[in-house]
Design a binder for this molecule. Structure first.
Ligand SMILES: [Zn+2]
Ligand SMILES: [Zn+2]
Length: 266
């Protein structure tokens, strides 16, 4: 497995990207992001524009009309997505240098063992969830909410792409810093692990904003006690309070901020 994987990434780098590890890294991470972003979001937009009873039964805020009947919000989504795509192209080329500042990103070497990948991703998740929870908690204090975080909360009924609608300070601190703080300080990290991390984080946030409590494809369907997800973050958008965590319910349970929709009443 190692030889094949090593050959794959080396070949990619040497044959298609002029032996530039920076270029290989930037293209691979960009493609990973875009693949998850567009496939999941286009699926969610498709089900917003079509009434499919077997999927609509999982829509959380059934008392509100679907997004296709809310042109102002759709316009906000279009503008927000355009700005986000632009900022991605402008900032992604720096990620490789950032991750190489304290450690080293491997491109030519073999893919790490499955155990190494799992424990590294576990640390990434724990660090991200810790920082996300506490910055998000602070963003809900009066001044910070009014001047920064309110922008993200214009969507009381979210859909996947809503995660890009945020103040630049929020995007920088709550999203980017929380995601990259652990990988930055890791001595050795492989491009493959970084792509997996981007996949997990983007999938998680789109899923949390999806507005549908879909079985099977939602991670919290399998570990409802441990993982935060759609039901928690949807409640957070509807009420603008509670459920501040991203991946885990850990900090919300400790701080007594964990709440779920009472679907029977709503
Ligand atoms: Zn949100
Ligand atoms: Zn919030």
């Amino acid at each position: 497995m190692n030889t094949t994987s090593s050959t794959f990434f080396s070949a990619l780098c040497d044959e298609y990207f002029y032996s530039s590890e920076w270029l290989t890294f930037t293209v691979c991470t960009y493609i990973t992001f875009q693949t998850v972003f567009w496939s999941y979001n286009l699926f969610l937009l498709y089900i917003e524009y079509h009434d499919i009873p077997c999927i609509d039964q999982y829509r959380i805020q059934k008392h509100r009309v679907k997004l296709r009947f809310q042109p102002d919000l759709l316009r906000q989504l279009r503008n927000g997505t355009f700005k986000h795509q632009l900022s991605l192209i402008l900032t992604l080329p720096f990620l490789y240098h950032m991750l190489n500042y304290f450690g080293h990103v491997s491109v030519h070497s073999s893919i790490p063992s499955i155990l190494t990948i799992i424990w590294q991703l576990t640390i990434f998740i724990l660090a991200e969830d810790f920082l996300f929870f506490w910055t998000h908690y602070l963003f809900h204090t009066r001044w910070l909410y009014k001047h920064i975080h309110k922008q993200h909360h214009i969507f009381k009924q979210p859909t996947g792409v809503v995660f890009v609608i945020a103040d630049p300070w929020e995007l920088l601190i709550q999203n980017q810093l929380a995601v990259w703080i652990a990988p930055i300080f890791f001595k050795e990290k492989h491009l493959f692990t970084i792509c997996l991390w981007i996949f997990l984080r983007v999938y998680q946030t789109i899923n949390a904003h999806s507005g549908y409590d879909l079985p099977y494809i939602s991670p919290q369907y399998y570990f409802p006690w441990l993982l935060s997800g759609t039901l928690q973050h949807d409640y957070h958008h509807q009420h603008a309070k509670m459920n501040y965590g991203s991946f885990l319910t850990l900090w919300d349970r400790l701080m007594n901020t964990h709440r779920l929709h009472n679907l029977a009443i709503e």
